[in-house]
Design a protein around this ligand. Structure first.
Ligand SMILES: [Ca+2]
Ligand SMILES: [Ca+2]
Length: 670
């Protein structure tokens, strides 16, 4: 309520001021990250207000940054407020009174958007009821219970059970090609960073079952994919109606849904993700893991038996079918991805030979991944994987190509108005997924090199999606202060709830104006980044899709876990209930700080403090304590009694049985 009055006050008081847009990430920033504000008119300075107290914290200069920015046509001024590190809620204000949206500074700033973006897959589940508290308030009954019947063009007839899986996008179809890149991206996230993606409390049916929810969610899709494999090992291309349904709920979409013919790109993607699923699921469910690996191997046999693209020339919709095509005339990259994943999982020299003989044909790591172009997925697997016989020279080539590409992306980021790593030619259908997929490459480049510039550039891509863009809009439903309300998404339109289902990334600007709504609102002379509209009918700029959400999950999940990869998992889902560590106070501090915690039963408690490299710098046995709250005053000295230097430190408490609290962060300023 307080904020409501504050907003009204400024609107009334400054209603005659010249309007300027002030662009920030509408969720906010981690404390120690770089932070920039952009303004689209001449302005020389800004100041930061605490939105709880309305106090001004400090002011900074704005500098001219871009004149006639090619993507937007904007004049842009930029200011740096990286020194704002104190957790809290703020907004930025210009001299004339124009303000930014509210944002926060917090260690866990992307936790909410990460959880929503992952949960959005749950809301895409096909063929089951979403009725319990996990679906609140987006309840719906199941539809598509007769998935599906062989389409006459498939060469088969009758019913073939292929229920469940996720709806692909704004429509209710299910497409193996797009499932492939999506599942591949999410498996990559988990396999690379299990501690950051290990939560079992995402509020889905399977939460609390001891298995990371991202894997439960993936299994829902993988089990559908397994049903799409033919006895020959080949994999059917898609399961859809002949024509798109209207904007109805799943239970009202009763048209016949068909399974279409086998395609080799589908079969290659399938083999790749099943081989990867084997590695990920092996410690969790070895029976399921083996099923995945067998399915991958039989898909590979199909590919070897069909050395040319299937069907010839690539999949085409048969006459009378107008649903998504996911057509791909080149399956070399899908075969390459399958070979790399199978080699890392199974080690056979035949898979390895295929990769070694073909890896350079479509280039190394010089482009982001997308559904028709998955060679980078193959390369990342080879680069990051380990297996007997792996070729160190090829690994080195891949690594060099990745780091060169990361530098190219950093240079591109430096050259654009909003720090987004996009050329003007990148503003195409689904453009919002491009900077996020590039962020995955930047993150991987950082993991390979420790070059912090890559990590900052990766986070800038998230800033773009979350509000630092020409539309002053968070492109993810239900996040930030202002986000799409009318996505091209059937359940969001038909469920009778005003707010769309949260956590969905819309496609974003499309310079080619590929739908009638864009054509009616923009022209060929409109700057590319402007060609976006929050309109349900604008499928080319405002649809959602699982393959666009997957990199959003990757990037937000990575940054939710903190950006100090050498540290103990700070996102540990298995925090014991008996001990609770509170945030130290004051923080940041100089001199001394109070570390406070609660214990539920009498226990011997130990305090441990680590530096940013994970090295233990302070340990203390606090003795046996009674249940309740306790304090420890720390004077910023190590166990050996030396004064610590300025910087970030982490601390936790543990019991004599080894039970650990969550890890918390403190900042010491000399
Ligand atoms: Ca679970
Ligand atoms: Ca391809």
């Amino acid at each position: 309520m307080y904020n409501y009055y504050r907003v009204c006050f400024f609107v009334v008081f400054f209603s005659f001021a010249v309007s300027a847009d002030v662009y920030i990430n509408q969720e906010g920033y981690p404390p120690n990250s770089s932070k920039y504000v952009f303004v689209n008119q001449v302005a020389d300075s800004f100041f930061i207000r605490n939105s709880s107290t309305n106090q001004i914290l400090f002011g900074e200069q704005l500098h001219l940054f871009a004149v006639n920015d090619p993507a937007t046509g904007f004049l842009l001024y930029r200011g740096d407020f990286s020194s704002l590190q104190l957790p809290g809620s703020y907004f930025i204000e210009l001299k004339g009174g124009n303000t930014s949206k509210e944002f926060s500074v917090s260690d866990s700033i992307y936790k909410d958007i990460y959880r929503k973006s992952l949960k959005s897959f749950y809301y895409q589940r096909c063929g089951i009821d979403l009725l319990g508290p996990t679906a609140l308030p987006y309840f719906r009954t199941k539809g598509h219970v007769a998935d599906g019947f062989y389409h006459p063009s498939s060469g088969y007839t009758g019913f073939h059970s292929a229920s469940r899986g996720w709806h692909d996008a704004g429509d209710y179809g299910k497409y193996i090609v797009n499932a492939g890149i999506t599942v591949g991206t999410l498996l990559l996230a988990y396999e690379e960073f299990p501690n950051r993606f290990g939560q079992d409390n995402m509020n889905i049916y399977e939460s609390g079952n001891g298995i990371p929810d991202i894997l439960d969610e993936l299994r829902f899709e993988l089990e559908w994919m397994l049903k799409m494999q033919d006895s020959t090992g080949g994999v059917y291309h898609k399961l859809t109606r002949e024509n798109f349904s209207g904007f109805v709920m799943p239970s009202n979409d009763t048209g016949i849904r068909y399974i279409y013919e086998i395609s080799s790109p589908s079969t290659g993607d399938f083999a790749a993700v099943m081989a990867r699923a084997y590695r990920v699921f092996l410690p969790i469910d070895s029976v399921f893991a083996q099923i995945c690996l067998s399915a991958a191997k039989s898909a590979w046999i199909y590919l070897m038996n069909h050395p040319n693209i299937v069907p010839p020339g690539g999949f085409q919709n048969p006459s009378g079918t107008t649903t998504g095509l996911y057509g791909d005339g080149d399956d070399l990259d899908e075969r390459l991805w399958a070979s790399a994943e199978l080699f890392i999982s199974a080690g056979d020299s035949s898979y390895h030979s295929y990769y070694v003989n073909n890896y350079s044909q479509k280039g190394l790591i010089n482009h982001q991944m997308s559904w028709p172009e998955v060679q980078v997925m193959a390369h990342l697997t080879y680069l990051r994987g380990s297996q007997i016989g792996i070729d160190a020279i090829i690994k080195n080539e891949l690594r060099n190509s990745l780091l060169n590409h990361c530098q190219t992306l950093v240079n591109l980021r430096n050259s654009t108005g909003f720090h987004v790593a996009m050329n003007i030619s990148d503003y195409v259908w689904g453009s919002n997924s491009i900077p996020l997929n590039r962020a995955i490459l930047l993150i991987t480049g950082y993991e390979e090199s420790n070059n912090i510039l890559y990590l900052h550039a990766a986070m800038d891509q998230l800033h773009y999606v979350m509000g630092v863009n020409a539309h002053n809009l968070s492109f993810v439903t239900g996040t930030g202060s202002r986000s799409p309300m009318f996505p091209h998404h059937r359940p969001s339109a038909a469920d009778g709830i005003v707010e769309p289902i949260p956590g969905l990334l819309v496609g974003g600007p499309d310079r080619h104006l590929s739908d009638p709504v864009l054509q009616a609102n923009f022209s060929s002379s409109t700057p590319p980044a402007i060609c976006y509209i929050d309109d349900q009918e604008s499928y080319a700029s405002n649809e959602i899709a699982i393959n666009w959400n997957a990199p959003l999950v990757f990037v937000t999940g990575y940054f939710t876990g903190g950006n100090s990869p050498n540290l103990i998992n700070i996102n540990n889902p298995k925090i014991p209930q008996n001990i609770e560590l509170l945030q130290n106070y004051p923080n940041p501090f100089n001199g001394s700080t109070v570390i406070r915690f609660k214990i539920k039963q009498s226990d011997s408690i130990f305090l441990e403090i680590f530096d940013v490299t994970g090295k233990n710098i302070f340990s203390k046995n606090l003795g046996r304590l009674n249940p309740g709250e306790a304090d420890f005053l720390w004077n910023a000295v190590t166990t050996r009694g030396t004064q610590i230097s300025s910087g970030i430190y982490y601390y936790l408490i543990k019991t004599h049985r080894g039970e650990k609290s969550q890890l918390r962060k403190l900042v010491y300023i000399k």
